[in-house]
Design a protein around this ligand. Structure first.
Ligand SMILES: Nc1ncnc2c1ncn2[C@@H]1O[C@H](COP(=O)(O)OP(=O)(O)OP(=O)(O)O)[C@@H](O)[C@H]1O
Length: 249
């Protein structure tokens, strides 16, 4: 399953602004997602995390600024075009095709990417096996337990090895033990597949435990970035994020 990391370019946001009418959801956001590494994105409710994921995956066009892939400005590409270019995502809600079984959920994605049905099924089985969930292949997607649904959502996003994977609150509603299993999977995807990951999570402990580099977003702006030690030592982060968390507690 391993892929050479050297071939994979970075996914970048450069001076990205997104405005909804007069409201600025993102202001001058710059970030780099590199292959084979886990990047965390944290911030209080409404900070703009999902808007940023949407912008990096073609669901939202930046008002100004660039989204770059291999040095090419891809900010105007549609989601399916970015997916074909190697940028995959999951959604807060699983968004599986509930009328299909797990194998077909993955295979349909492969066909959508331009692969044959048989090649897509083979890729799906290989991926499910690699993730240790091959036993789910013939299960209807509709009846899956929550954590399995999340895993299948990640498996579907990983079809045909995207260079980048953006995970939008994958641990929402999970117990600490389930979140810990998810952390193992995220590490494995980065380490073994060489995928560049952006992890958006309210579970700060999970983000800090798996991320090589963390970005902190507050009111649409990156207020801090760095490794875990930098984030833990940051007064700005305490004020903006952990402070808000403590007030809510
Ligand atoms: N399509 C839209 N039109 C208008 N405002 C929007 C739109 N999408 C998001 N917003 C606003 O932009 C801000 C950022 O929202 P976003 O969902 O990106 O934040 P978030 O950090 O992901 O929040 P949460 O942690 O609660 O999921 C919020 O104030 C939100 O209400």
């Amino acid at each position: 399953m391993r892929r050479s990391r050297d071939k994979a370019p970075s996914l970048t946001a450069s001076g990205v602004n997104v405005a909804f009418g007069g409201f600025k959801a993102l202001t001058d956001v710059t970030m780099t997602i590199t292959p084979g590494a886990v990047h965390g994105l944290i911030g209080p409710n409404g900070a703009g995390k999902t808007t940023l994921v949407n912008t990096l995956t073609g669901f939202q066009t930046p008002t100004t600024g660039q989204v770059g892939l291999a040095g090419r400005d891809v900010g105007a590409l549609a989601p399916h075009e970015l997916r074909r270019a190697g940028v995959a995502r999951t959604f807060q809600a699983g968004r599986l095709f509930t009328g299909l079984d797990v194998l077909d959920n993955l295979a349909v994605t492969g066909v959508g990417l331009g692969h044959s049905r048989s090649a897509s099924e083979a890729e799906a089985m290989k991926l499910l096996g690699w993730m240790g969930i091959a036993h789910l292949a013939e299960q209807p997607a509709a009846g899956l337990p929550y954590t399995d649904e999340r895993r299948v959502g990640i498996a579907r996003a990983l079809m045909f090895s995207p260079e980048f994977l953006l995970l939008d609150e994958p641990a929402a509603g999970m117990s600490e033990a389930e979140a810990s299993d998810l952390a193992d999977l995220i590490r494995l995807v980065a380490d073994e597949l060489g995928t560049g990951i952006l992890l958006i999570e309210h579970n700060v402990g999970l983000v800090l435990s798996v991320s090589h580099h963390v970005y902190v977003l507050d009111a649409g702006q990156i207020i801090e970035e760095g490794d875990v030690d930098v984030i833990l030592a940051s007064q700005a982060v305490r004020d903006a994020y952990l402070g808000a968390d403590q007030e809510a507690a």
